[in-house]
Ligand binder design. Structure first.
Ligand SMILES: Cc1cc2nc3c(=O)[nH]c(=O)nc-3n(C[C@H](O)[C@H](O)[C@H](O)COP(=O)(O)OP(=O)(O)OC[C@H]3O[C@@H](n4cnc5c(N)ncnc54)[C@H](O)[C@@H]3O)c2cc1C
Length: 439
């Protein structure tokens, strides 16, 4: 087993630069046995344990001052089962590696989020999702899980085996054990046609139910201080493949979406009064385009501009009203918001603490460029989201606690009872989990 240190003097930092921690030790186990040994040793030494992915959570959910378990030696595909159409991967496998390996085998996940940097265990543990009418989060595509629990033993679960663990551990927040392998449902590789199109905010809201119903994956970005959005509709296609042209792809994805956007953010941060004008220009810079490609090339793209994010799931039926309130907030306040608001959906799922647990959901994500004060905006937005019984993304900024979650998650007590059973001494505890799950 190798110890690793990250950053200066063994300090661990998240992607957003908003959280840092100084673990007593960091380990990178290369097998399930090594990982179980690391868990047992930590317990003997009276240290807490936290497994980490790639640190893409904005909250301190992955931070620990005890033993930090790093994922980099626990990667790769274990098995592909074409009869049951499943793939089993080591928990530390980055999503990008999974996607490319599956594509090589003529397979794909059904749905995914915006980026592919995260590990499979890190992404699923917080309920990472994309957008979908009928297909849910990455965790909702899990068929079985293997985890090392607090006593150092290996526990496997699925719908049939330890179903009460399976119900909770797919979005486990790292609170129930260290996930060592995940089995996902896969399907034959397919093509998606993406239609990206600017659309007035008022039209998107007026036609939201129809846009959602007519498309397998509908999402949009609203540019605060403007009445403009950019919509994206992804639907399965018989082909032919028509990838984004090399130049158009470079121009839209790299130059406009990352390069120019980065400069606009710098200007906005230095001179907040310019933000509304910049928002008007940026929202008009993107033009309509259509392309057809394999799923991960349509769903995901690089995100090079660093930001801080809060995202809440509200009941889908409450989306339009919630967005109207958010727009009114930006319009009447002195806030200067240079980052678009992202809106996505997910169908109800059966995972205990998934943000879409038992409820058809719409996600509203607010962002601020890194280094820009975000508290006033996020606090005001959070007040709107919580008034609609919103459930925050577990990996994105929020201020909610266990008392709140016990009200918005009907099955909250089920999760905490399982935690009491699997981790009675709170080996996997950290400050974040103490806040959101209770002591
Ligand atoms: C640029 C960017 C884009 C994003 N896009 C999206 C998006 O489109 N949709 C979305 O929903 N979210 C998105 N997110 C949020 C992100 O997907 C989540 O925060 C995700 O949890 C990060 O994965 P990670 O591998 O970095 O895990 P980390 O942030 O390192 O850890 C997250 C949690 O997983 C736990 N964990 C990690 N490994 C294990 C393990 N082996 N066993 C048990 N627990 C484990 C950790 O303890 C922690 O609780 C984005 C974030 C960024 C920075």
């Amino acid at each position: 087993m190798s110890s690793t240190a990250n950053g200066k003097n063994g300090t661990w930092r998240n992607w957003g630069g908003t959280v840092s921690a100084r673990p007593v030790r960091q380990v990178a186990p290369a097998s399930v046995e090594e990982l179980a040994g690391a868990v047992r040793r930590a317990r003997e030494d009276g240290l807490k344990v936290k497994a980490v992915g790639t640190g893409h959570s904005f909250t301190s959910i992955a931070a620990t001052d005890g033993v930090l378990i790093r994922p980099q030696l626990l990667t790769g595909i274990r098995t592909i089962d074409r009869a049951s159409m499943t793939v089993t991967v080591e928990a530390g496998t980055p999503l990008k590696r999974l996607n490319t390996a599956l594509a090589r085998e003529g397979l794909s996940l059904t749905n995914m989020g915006d980026i592919v940097e995260q590990t499979v265990s890190g992404a699923t543990s917080t309920g990472t999702h994309g957008t979908g009418r009928a297909s849910g989060s990455i965790a909702a595509q899990i068929k079985a899980l293997e985890l090392v629990t607090a006593d150092g033993s290996v526990l496997t679960c699925s719908e049939k085996e330890n179903p009460e663990v399976f119900a909770a551990a797919r979005v486990g927040l790292g609170a129930l054990g260290v996930v060592t392998a995940i089995t996902f449902a896969v399907e034959p590789l397919f093509l998606l046609t993406a239609r990206e199109e600017p659309m007035p905010f008022e039209r998107v809201l007026a036609e939201f139910d129809q846009l959602w119903a007519e498309n397998e994956h509908f999402e949009f970005y609203w540019f605060p201080h403007t009445g403009n959005t950019n919509t994206k509709r992804n639907n399965r296609s018989a082909g032919p493949e028509q990838p984004v042209g090399r130049l158009a792809g470079w121009f839209e994805d790299e130059f406009l979406s990352n390069g120019v956007f980065q400069v606009a953010q710098w200007v906005g941060r230095a001179a907040p009064a310019t933000v509304p004008a910049i928002a008007r220009i940026s929202s008009r810079a993107l033009s309509a385009r259509t392309y057809t490609d394999i799923p991960h090339k349509v769903y995901t793209s690089p995100r090079r501009v660093r930001f801080v994010e809060m995202e809440y799931a509200v009941p889908r039926a409450a989306l339009v009203q919630t967005l109207r309130e958010l727009k009114a907030l930006v319009d009447r306040s002195g806030l200067r918001v240079s980052f678009p608001v992202e809106v996505r959906t997910a169908p109800a799922d059966d995972i205990t603490l998934s943000t879409a647990s038992g409820r058809d959901s719409a996600y509203i994500a607010v962002h601020m460029f890194r280094g820009t004060p975000y508290q006033a905006y996020f606090t005001a937005a959070e007040r709107i989201f919580t008034a609609h019984e919103g459930r925050p993304h577990w990996g994105k900024v929020h201020t909610r606690d266990a008392e709140y979650f016990s009200r918005v998650y009907p099955r909250f007590g089920e999760f905490t009872a399982l935690r009491d059973r699997l981790d009675p001494d709170r080996l996997f505890q950290n400050d974040y989990l103490r806040r959101v799950l209770g002591a």
